[in-house]
Design a protein around this ligand. Sequence first.
Ligand SMILES: Cc1ncc(COP(=O)(O)O)c(C=O)c1O
Length: 338
Amino acid sequence: MIDLRSDTVTRPTPEMLKAMTEAEVGDDVFSEDPTVNSFEKKMAEMFGMETGLFVPSGTMSNQLCLAVLTQPGDEVIIDELGHVFNYESGAAAHLSSVQLRPLRGVRGKLNRELAESAIRPKNDWDPHTRVIAVENTTNKGGGACYSKEELIELSNLADEHGIFLHLDGARIWNAIVKTEIEPEFFGSIADTISICFSKGLGAPVGSMMLASKDHIKKARRFRKMWGGGMRQVGLLAAAADYAVQNHLSLLKSDHRRARRLAEAIAENPVFEIDLSTIETNIILFNVKNGTAEEALKKFTEAGVGMVPFGPKTIRATFHFQVGDEDLEKIIKVIGDFA
Ligand SMILES: Cc1ncc(COP(=O)(O)O)c(C=O)c1O
């Protein structure tokens, strides 16, 4: 099957496996894994943050960020399409006892006016607004990127109100490649950042929380408490480091292929797609007749995997293990689809 269900489905390449086997390792719970330590330092420098913490997943990384930024009873402003709101099993309520305030932005993106309208007055009965959480690129929003200006406005808003800005950068790499915004800019606007190596970059496992030393000190304890303290995990950090060094440059082709497929989808009248929404590696499109589930069954039979993103909406996500030959086959399936 040509697998466009997610960019998380990639398998490690032989070169990545080689880098893993050659990694120098130690016990990371004792902060003694040299590969993890140097990778955390490298990523923190890259994103202009004080320090980093290598963790198993993007979910853990997002949740650690919220845990260190908030007190029980606080409120976190987020777009209603946000991963933290939709796909983290209610973790913010369970782990940090905070409530999320979902807002209807545009393609998963908040803007200053919208976020400002949700900041609560300070009194004894409103929850305390503590964090604005943004996602870049947006997943459920279809791979949309924030501009520098949009992020600066949200960061200024957070500063003006003495609250924090959290950036879920699971696909920040796609945003960097698309917008050419330098990574250290994100450190200048956010208090905490979560980045993932296991999405389009193609590492088998691994995310990183980036923040101040104080926040990471607290997060280390939560990570251990939540069962995420890992031992000779330099093996995985080596895979992630390999992915940053060797796969970042491949994302541009993912974006090109996504656009090419979107154009083919636009040519078949059984589908609906807004080409202006195709920015990175994620495509959202609708079926005009029938349901997404029915269409997906036909796609599976034709050897193409995608996922439903609503009753009539389908998501296709490109990654480096779907190449140009595969793309041509998918375009044929799209062209023949009736
Ligand atoms: C935007 C976003 N944030 C966070 C995550 C969570 O990552 P993980 O699956 O590693 O927990 C994902 C997963 O796809 C995501 O798309």
